[in-house]
Design a protein around this ligand. Sequence first.
Ligand code: BES
Ligand code: MN
Ligand code: ZN
Length: 492
Amino acid sequence: MEIRAINTPLLEWTGDCLAIGLFEDAVELTGDLATLDEKFAGILKELITEEEFKGKAGSSIVSRLGGNSPVRKVILVGLGKKEAWKLDTLRRSTAVVARAGKKQKSKTLGISLPIWNDDLAKTAQAMTEGVQLALYQDNRFKSEPEDKGPQVEQVDLLGLDGQEFAINRANQICSGVILARQLVAAPPNSVTPITMAETAEAIATEHGLQLEILEREDCEKLGMGAFLGVAQASDLPPKFIHLTYKPEGTPKRKLAIIGKGLTFDSGGLNIKGAGSGIETMKVDMGGAAATLGAAKAIGQLQPDVEVHFISAVTENMISGHAMRPGDILTASNGKTIEVNNTDAEGRLTLADALVYTEKLGVDAIVDLATLTGACVVALGDDIAGLFSPDDALSAQLEKASETSGEKIWRMPMEEKYFEGMKSGIADMKNTGPRSGGSITASLFLKQFVKETPWAHLDIAGTVWADKENGYNSPGATGFGVRTLVDWVLSDA
Ligand code: BES
Ligand code: MN
Ligand code: ZN
């Protein structure tokens, strides 16, 4: 599929399907749209009246145009209230158009939507993301592709000529989002610590990043007892992945992104029971997937920023070698942890990843993790939890999230709650009481960061979508990639 920015006027565009956006309660046709309506023999006005089209965000109607019209079909898409017009509403409206265009079996699609905030580049980027992410389809595990209909081959963004750079940038970012979706969607017998390391290697080779993989012995030498405690029941070797993107010349900043990388979380000896969602625990490497997706995008975008991409990848399994509830582990900073629940494994792997990362001397660290069910209870499936002691870094991430449309909400890191993590025998337990579970998990992570500005994103809810939602189809969302990339690219 090719996305082009063209200068063909709305009235002269020809092709299978032309899409036009209308704001809510402002569906009367003026200017070019009035002329277009005349050209289409009044069919737009008729459609709006007949279908009681109000321009609500996410709504759309389609109609065939008569006889030998140079445009086969027209799509009207609702943009919602003009006062509430956000970059993400534009992205979602474009996704609605893309899906409708595909359903109408259009090979060529012309889209004319208003420019957001007079910003041509952001408009072109968001529209490209909306199209790419909505039309992405995963047929890897079907013996026959389910959808054999014609694919959209060409998308023309009207009125955005000159925005090739922004479209290209969006395509590069989407390649990272799609990699993350593919990694999360693939089953846990296909995405393993070994294949995650291979994926990192492919990114390094293709986009010129440096790669270091620490094997079990390397991690032992570094004293990563918390990570290795989780890994010890798996028949597969753990892989500690460290990819580095270095710009030419002196970097403006040095950043690190860490992702939780449990390719499967059985719970360990505190095994997840029926109804716990154990069969969905392939998503538990969603943080690592977003980290690799961001690496793929950054490798192509080549910003003036050094970025480290890190994940301690393993499975949480059961066997005679498994860590026992009650075991005490020693992390690489010397802190001791009483494992009172083997299902709180993500924080154990992240503990050693955080200690390792801080030694790199970066300016800021962000980790992404499908860390707690408690965060899903608090914020649902559309919003990730942001936990950070650092106001400036939090503000940077909130700004990036506003641009990406990936919602995050800052949660309190109430120090007092760490009392629930106190252990009678070790420095801390890995699990506190049920209440405030996403907060105590974050406070646990905080024990492994000394002074570098750090933020944690709990993406347990947002990593997967049960229903179609804007540019997300049911399944893996690739959540985090676009926010992280925007954060890295921003000058802050
Ligand atoms: N991987 C899970 C969290 C999770 C839940 C991810 C739902 C995706 C969707 C994590 O390792 C876990 O098991 N957390 C426990 C922690 C508890 C034992 C303190 C939880 O949330 O129940
Ligand atoms: Mn778990
Ligand atoms: Zn987990």
